[in-house]
Design a protein around this ligand. Structure first.
Ligand code: AMP
Length: 219
């Protein structure tokens, strides 16, 4: 049985988790599992799940634990996650973290990376973020793609996500503090927590994360 590399990436919305996960996924050949992306795809294709969670996402509130736990359970059973996965946006509550431990058993989480950024920076990144509805590429509001509304990679529409409007940003960051920050102590108590400064160039963040991973002999 190959060694499984299951990593949890924690951090406020806007900390840069998505960007770092894409890079780490390529580097360690493990899939980037983002519950936010899975939920948004369900909304996009208008599935039963999508219809039941759309208003929750728009408001920036949390989807019930049982719904996301089942999604992650199903996703981690897929073939490409046999060697591990990078979990982005999950767990977000203690109940989800406990369910994840039950799910992975002895072959559990190897490391929890806390990508730390000040709230003001997270708010500023989220409010100026634009995203391609087709391929998910991220742009800044001043990029030509955001101004023209057309993605240069796939031609899709570039929009501001409903949950990147000010009220929803506030709600999401509050939910992070009340529901997700307690996870730092949860993983700290298990000796799995490492904090990386997310307020630096993306390349420098990647180097910092990779050195924490190799320091522990994980990759
Ligand atoms: P994200 O892209 O990770 O910021 O997620 C977008 C939205 O999806 C969140 O604001 C929540 O409404 C929902 N969501 C994603 N992951 C979870 C989770 N683990 N638990 C509850 N809701 C989630």
């Amino acid at each position: 049985m190959p060694k499984r590399l299951n990593l949890v990436i924690l951090g406020k919305q806007g900390a840069g988790k998505g960007t770092q996960c894409e890079r780490l996924s390529a580097r360690y050949s493990i899939p980037h599992v983002s519950t936010g992306d899975i939920l948004r795809s369900a909304i996009q294709v208008d599935s039963t799940l999508g219809r039941s969670v759309a208003s929750i996402l728009d408001a920036g509130a949390l989807v019930p634990d049982d719904v996301v736990i089942k999604l992650v359970e199903d996703r981690l059973e897929e073939l490409d996650a046999r060697g591990g996965a990078l979990l982005d946006g999950f767990p977000r509550t203690i109940a989800q973290a406990e369910a994840l431990e039950d799910l992975l058993g002895d072959d559990g989480i190897k490391l929890c990376i806390n990508l730390e950024v000040p709230t003001e920076l997270a708010t500023q990144r989220l409010s100026t973020r634009r995203v391609c509805q087709e391929c998910g590429s991220i742009y800044k509001e001043t990029d030509v793609e955001a101004i023209s509304g057309t993605c240069s990679k796939c031609g899709g529409d570039v929009i501001q996500r409903a949950d990147d409007y000010p009220d929803a940003i506030r709600q999401r960051l509050e939910a992070y503090v009340s529901s997700t920050e307690p996870l730092l102590a949860f993983y700290e108590a298990r000796g799995l927590l490492v904090t990386v400064n997310g307020d630096q160039k993306p390349d420098d963040v990647t180097v910092a994360i990779q050195s924490e991973i190799s320091l522990r002999g994980l990759g």
